[in-house]
Every structure is written in structure tokens, then in C-alpha cells.
Design a protein around this ligand. Structure first.
Ligand SMILES: [Zn+2]
Length: 103
């Protein structure tokens, strides 16, 4: 068994969505792979701690603020890409002008 083949069954196992076949696959892999055993132990510990955290209800309008901020971040990212593209295009255009003016 290869480690990369064990990731999906391991994820299903940790999410509580594994089939008995997945469980057998994970158990067999963990028995022979110390790296995945350590990773599984770490992830299991993190998931266990997260599940023990108390539920904190979101404040009013939380979902709307998240969406608004995500859209704004997306727009800003798009502007940065556009700015980089504009600078690169301008540099190429300027280079072509300089090259053609010297010939
Ligand atoms: Zn492994």
C-alpha cells in the first residue's frame, strides 16, 4: 500500500464516513506505516479537541459579512492581477517602442 492511496480512506475514517472495507484498509496501512500512524494520531487528536469545543453561535449578520469580505478580497485580488498584467504589458510595449526606435 502506498501512503497517497491511504489518504482518502484515512480522511473518511477520521470523518466517521468510512466503510468496513475502508477501516480494514486504514488499519492495515497504519500497522505498517509509522509516518501515517503519527499523522493519523495528530489529526485524530486535533479533530477530537475541535469536537470538544463548545458551540458558539455566530453573531447576527456573520454570514453576510463573511460573504461581503470574501467578495471584496476576490475583487482586490483581481485588481492586483490586473495591475501586474498592466505593468507587464506596459513594459513589453515600452520595450518594443525602444527597440523599434533604435533600429
Ligand atoms: Zn503511510
Amino acid at each position: 500500500m502506498k501512503c497517497r492511496n491511504s489518504n482518502n480512506p484515512l480522511k473518511k475514517f477520521l470523518d466517521g464516513e468510512s466503510s468496513p472495507a475502508d477501516d480494514r484498509f486504514v488499519a492495515a496501512h497504519l500497522a505498517e506505516c509509522p509516518a501515517c500512524t503519527m499523522r493519523h494520531r495528530d489529526i485524530f487528536e486535533i479533530v477530537s479537541r475541535l469536537r470538544r469545543l463548545p458551540f458558539v453561535p455566530p453573531s447576527a449578520g456573520f454570514g453576510d459579512r463573511v460573504i461581503k469580505n470574501a467578495l471584496q478580497a476576490n475583487r482586490e485580488q483581481g485588481r492586483k492581477k490586473l495591475t501586474c498584467f498592466t505593468i507587464a504589458a506596459s513594459a513589453i510595449f515600452l520595450s518594443l517602442i525602444l527597440l523599434t526606435s533604435h533600429s
